[in-house]
Design a protein around this ligand. Structure first.
Ligand code: GSH
Length: 220
């Protein structure tokens, strides 16, 4: 069975969302954040110490966007991906990677220097500069969703999960009021999906059952 190592509302939420979209069976192992400090045994599972770690038979993966593509290609029967030969294939791949490389990375600086570092190491200038960096890159989402409800192919795919997670993190960071109008309505649409809501419930349930403190992320 698929096994996913996850921290509440971390990037491992992406594969969790995909699994729920497809209604697949899986085992969810919840870890306190960051696992490299609070659950050192995890280093034997993933030497990077990061989540997600994803296992499916002999397959082991640690990149959230790649895992989404894997789940779609292996189990989606075409439902959550765009395949080679489709005119939207390039746009699909672009959205998948844009969500992580362009939209999530600047937010990790906002998170680190705004919340995780001890008070004396916090950097308000870094927080504001990289918040603006992130918000400026949302132009890519606004452009892609201007004439379509989703990032590509006029239908929901793993590219929306990748970008959607970046918007979820931005909401947690308090950046949502600064979203451009088109991006705000796109995010509102994604949040209504049963797959998204089920993924939130699954992590909430696992946090309770596995006695892991849930970080104060807005759940809906
Ligand atoms: N590019 C990777 C990044 C994975 C990553 O850095 N995950 C964060 C959580 S969102 C983590 O586990 N951080 C803990 C640490 O750095 O020790 C992905 O998309 O999965």
């Amino acid at each position: 069975m698929i096994k996913l190592y996850h921290c509440v509302s971390a990037r491992s939420f992406r594969p969790l969302w995909m699994l729920e979209e497809l209604g697949l069976p899986y085992e969810l192992v919840l870890l306190p954040f960051p696992p490299r400090l609070h659950h050192k045994e995890y280093m034997a599972v993933n030497p990077l110490g990061t989540v997600p770690a994803f296992f499916d038979g002999a397959t082991a993966m640690t990149e959230s966007a790649a895992i989404c593509a894997y789940i779609a290609a292996t189990y989606g029967d075409g439902a959550l991906e765009v395949r080679v030969g489709d005119p939207a294939f390039g746009t699909y791949l672009n959205g998948l990677h844009f969500g992580e490389a362009t939209l999530t990375f600047p937010q990790t600086l906002v998170l680190r220097y705004g919340r995780f570092e001890p008070e004396e190491r916090r950097q308000p200038q870094v927080v504001e500069d990289y918040s603006r960096w992130f918000l400026a890159r949302l132009r890519g989402v606004a452009a892609a969703t201007a004439g379509s409800p989703f990032m590509c192919a006029y239908r929901f795919t793993a590219a929306d999960v990748s970008v959607g997670y970046a918007l979820m993190l931005a909401e947690y960071l308090g950046l949502q009021p600064r979203f451009p109008e088109g991006v705000a309505s796109y995010w509102a649409r994604l949040k209504e999906r049963p797959g998204y809501l089920n993924a939130l419930r699954a992590q909430e349930r696992a946090a309770f059952e596995q006695a892991i403190p849930a970080t104060p992320v807005p759940l809906l």
